[in-house]
Design a protein. Structure first.
Length: 265
């Protein structure tokens, strides 16, 4: 597996890849959810490229950026075991050099939910994704369902700017207790971990209400068991209807969603 640190190194390594290429963009701290993305990419492509970059442009809280978990050696080992042939692990200065001034804004898709709670977040997501797409030139890119609004934003970016690739959304991977896997879960202590389980349970209650013809948002809010959500809302992902929520458990902010209707694109 090649590890490229610079744009020049990435382009040189990419030139040696033949056939269809799958890209898995990550910020590291890999877990089974990331491995599911890598497995999906490996199944559909001749070569898999992974990015490993904690993108400062998508953090609205400097403390959250500093606290974001990092273990590059472990991430590279897992990526190699999962079949990645190339990992792009640049510095912030490599992607945002002195004088950098170009940003990508996706308007409607970035409004509300995470866009409201984290101003500027999706500008950072869209910009780094477009840079990665231009550099890697993948056939397909793989995103997780857990960050569903991010997938909505990136799919809009690809459609509107005629970027020649497909976006695949891979179902959320959960621990045995139902909590959606997240790099931030490691920051939960035992009590917070127990409290966090109210989030997937509430979404399950909302999904059950929807199946019975009721109001999924109201049902989920009623089942949050003391958690105060940033939002509970319906979200359309290219025809798939999801029930999405975000809540803080102690200092840790968690996202989750469930599919109500349709299929993930």
């Amino acid at each position: 597996m090649i590890v490229a640190r610079t744009v020049t190194e990435l382009r040189e390594a990419r030139a040696g890849l033949a056939g269809e290429v799958g890209l898995v963009p990550t910020m590291g701290a890999l877990h089974a959810g990331h491995l599911a993305l890598l497995a999906a990419a490996r199944a559909e492509n001749d070569a898999v490229v992974m990015s490993l970059f904690v993108n400062p442009a998508q953090f609205d809280d400097d403390a959250d950026l500093v606290a974001y978990p990092r273990d590059e050696a472990q991430d590279l080992r897992l990526a190699a075991e999962a079949g990645a042939v190339l990992v792009f692990a640049p510095s912030a200065e490599e992607l945002y050099p002195a004088g950098y001034q170009t940003w990508v804004d996706v308007e409607d898709a970035a409004r509300g939910l995470e866009g409201e709670q984290r101003p500027g977040h999706f500008r950072g997501v869209a910009t780094v994704c477009l840079k990665l797409f231009n550099l890697v030139r993948p056939t397909r890119a793989y995103l997780g369902q857990k960050d569903a609004q991010q997938a909505v934003v990136v799919r809009a970016l690809v459609r509107d700017l005629a970027v020649p690739l497909e976006i695949r959304v891979v179902p959320t991977v959960r621990d045995a207790d139902g909590l959606a896997l997240s790099s931030r879960n490691g920051r939960l202590d035992a009590g917070q971990r127990t409290a966090a389980l109210a989030l997937p349970r509430a979404l399950a209650a909302g999904a059950e209400a929807h199946r019975d013809g009721g109001d999924p948002v109201a049902a989920a809010r009623a089942a949050l068991d003391g958690l105060e959500p940033d939002y509970v809302s319906l979200l359309d992902l290219d025809g798939a209807l999801l029930l999405a929520a975000a809540a803080r458990v102690g200092p840790t902010r968690l996202l989750d969603n469930v599919l109500l209707e349709g299929e993930l694109p």
